[in-house]
Write a protein that binds this ligand. Structure first.
Ligand code: AGP
Length: 593
């Protein structure tokens, strides 16, 4: 996690870096910091403190104009959330200033071996990097001092380094954590995510691992760690400001929930050209030829994977296993003879998933990444990759990426099936169903009435069970209500003991076959005092049901059933006045294992 931004060029670096950090705050928001060159005293000033970028904007209000600067927004890994542990960090004499995203696993060994006489200002792993560079710079040219340090680091890093003796350069390097280089007429920007480059760079280059950069105002050079030059491959930045701002919405999450119908339509436009699917034939063949698919993912993306399993198994009879990435990375199940691994990830940077991919690549397996970020590490390192087209998702709680993941998995499964329905029509109907629901929803009142306790349950059967898991994650993630998603029939095998007077139980009912069973499970919890309400599909509705959604094709129900649950989470957090887009302890892109 953590976001880093650096700028060197012809305008005030403070503005570029602070704007970039604001856009990257989704990556972590425990503390923020910035370093700018102070021409008068010929040193780099460092401003940093715990808290948000907004606080840093205030504290740097009177900073002098500087055409060079680096900044950081932190999600704490090593050391408490406080000023000392905030980035940037500096070396002993303050010659070198460093911001870092990633984790240096061997920092203690490095301290013991090379830095035993050094005084450290923080508890972070990052400070070791600054100290090592300074130590090596006593005998080596600065670029060699940096690459010598990089070669000693175990773990992951995206780094920006300033040298007070040469304030005309930013040094940067990357291993495992993302780093994007942006080039524009005003200068060079280097950041963790393309979003920080929008408005400042016209073109970008997504850096490969073990790349070392030396950036000056009008020129940038790329090397490997042995100092051999590498080529710059620039691509046009196609994002604009509108997609990175909240617009008329109070929160990114609400905006992103409302974007879901257009996400489905955008996916259809990008995946079909006059009914001809636009997926590389080799990707479809790789899926078809596999004797088993292994879907690997984390969190919400894993929940989308659970729906993907149902789609592949029901539509094309390919067996599928879904695994939590952090478990699969170190505890593999017995694999089939011809597996294909599908990595589902919004960010394309999730470290747990990367650990899986590195191992799968080493073992020569074919992999397919489905991601919202085509420039991401997981997109670049997999055998194949395809895009979600959800547009930037900024709220930490994932909503539209889930709908995009389920839509894209549906298209993949459909294209390998006997095509038992018209997918284009049915996905379009799902988009309309979501729109109709959003236009008339009354979720806020429901939340006020029902979600009055510290706990809650979602129950459902079949596909609704998997929606219940996602609904529970969303609710706990942003409202801090302890929530569980349960297979409705399983509750009576133990968990029903938790039902007390007024415990909220929300039933998801989209399959007419299973509706009577779920409804009788509701009666069981009502008899024990639960306060229940139902989210149902039109064709399952009976009198008294609270939330009704327009019917959609049976396999597409997750796309619409999930939406009310997203709003339940949203309004529960709003009622409690929590920070909806940046819930406590979390970050959007989880780049540590
Ligand atoms: C969802 O609301 C979460 N914030 C989280 O579970 C997320 O889905 C997970 O960390 C996986 O991220 P990815 O899709 O970027 O790999």
């Amino acid at each position: 996690m953590c976001g880093i931004v650096g700028f060197i060029g012809h305008k005030n670096a403070k503005d570029v870096v602070l704007n970039g950090l604001t856009r990257l705050e989704y990556r972590g928001y425990d503390s923020a910091g910035l370093s700018l060159y102070n021409q008068r005293y010929q040193i780099f000033d460092v401003y940093k403190d715990e808290g948000r970028v907004a606080k840093l904007v205030e504290s740097t209000k009177h900073a002098d104009f500087s055409t060079i600067g680096i900044g950081h927004t932190r999600w704490a890994t090593h050391g408490k959330v406080n000023k000392e542990n905030s980035h940037p960090h500096y070396s002993q004499t303050r010659r070198f200033i460093v911001v870092h995203n990633g984790v240096i696993e061997n920092y203690q060994e490095l301290k013991d071996q090379y830095l035993h006489n050094h005084v450290f200002q923080s508890e972070t792993d990052t400070e070791v990097i600054a100290q090592l560079i300074e130590t090596f710079s006593q005998t080596l040219h600065v670029e060699n001092a940096i690459t010598t340090t990089l070669k000693l680091l175990h773990g992951s890093y995206a780094l920006l380094v300033l040298d007070s003796n040469d304030p005309e350069k930013i040094y940067a390097a990357k291993y495992k954590s993302p780093l994007i280089l942006g080039v524009g007429s005003d200068g060079i920007t280097i950041a963790s995510d393309l979003m920080a480059l929008v408005g400042y760079s016209s073109d970008y280059h997504a850096l490969d691992d073990k790349t070392f950069i030396v950036a000056r105002k009008d020129d940038v050079r790329l090397f490997n760690l042995d100092h051999q030059p590498l080529d710059l491959h620039l691509k046009k930045i196609e994002l604009d400001d509108a997609v990175t701002t909240k617009g008329e919405y109070a929160h990114y999450m609400l905006k992103e929930i409302h974007e879901q119908p257009s996400v489905i339509r955008r996916i259809l436009t990008n995946y079909y050209d006059k009914d001809i699917v636009q997926i590389k034939p080799e990707i479809l063949s790789a899926i078809k030829d596999a004797d088993r698919l292994y879907i690997l993912a984390a969190g919400t993306s894993m929940h989308a994977g659970l729906i993907g399993k149902q789609l592949f198994e029901k539509l094309c009879e390919i067996p599928v296993e879904v695994h939590i990435a952090s478990e699969f990375a170190y505890q593999k199940p017995l694999l089939s003879k011809k597996p294909l691994f599908i990595l589902v990830t919004q960010s394309g940077e999730t470290a747990d998933l990367r650990a899986c991919l590195v191992d799968l690549n080493e073992r020569g397996f074919e992999t397919l990444t489905i991601t919202n970020v085509p420039t991401s590490t997981l997109a670049r390192e997999a055998t194949y990759s395809i895009e979600l087209f959800a547009g930037p998702e900024i709220a930490v709680a994932s909503t539209k990426a889930y709908v995009a993941q389920v839509s894209v998995l549906t298209i993949l499964a459909y294209e390998l099936s006997q095509k038992p329905f018209d997918l284009h029509t049915e996905l379009s109907k799902a988009a309309i169903s979501i729109e109709n629901f959003l236009a008339s929803e009354n979720i806020r009142e429901i939340v006020r009435h029902y979600l009055t306790r510290r706990n809650a349950f979602f129950i459902g059967r079949g596909l609704d069970y998997f929606i219940g898991l996602e609904a529970a994650l969303k609710l706990k993630e942003i409202s801090y209500i302890q929530t569980e998603g349960f297979a409705a029939g399983e509750l009576k095998h133990g968990t029903i003991a938790l039902i007390e007077d007024s415990t909220p139980v929300i039933a998801l009912i989209s399959d007419p076959k299973m509706s009577p069973n779920t409804r009788s499970n509701l009666k069981e919890v009502q008899a024990r005092g639960a306060k229940t309400f139902k989210i149902v599909l039109e064709s399952c509705k009976i009198e008294g049901d609270e939330v009704i959604i327009d019917d959609v094709y049976s396999l597409l129900t997750p796309l619409v059933m999930v939406v009310p649950t997203q709003l339940i989470a949203y309004y529960a957090a709003l009622e409690r006045a929590y920070d909806i887009d940046k819930p406590r302890n979390l970050a959007k892109s989880v780049t540590v294992e």
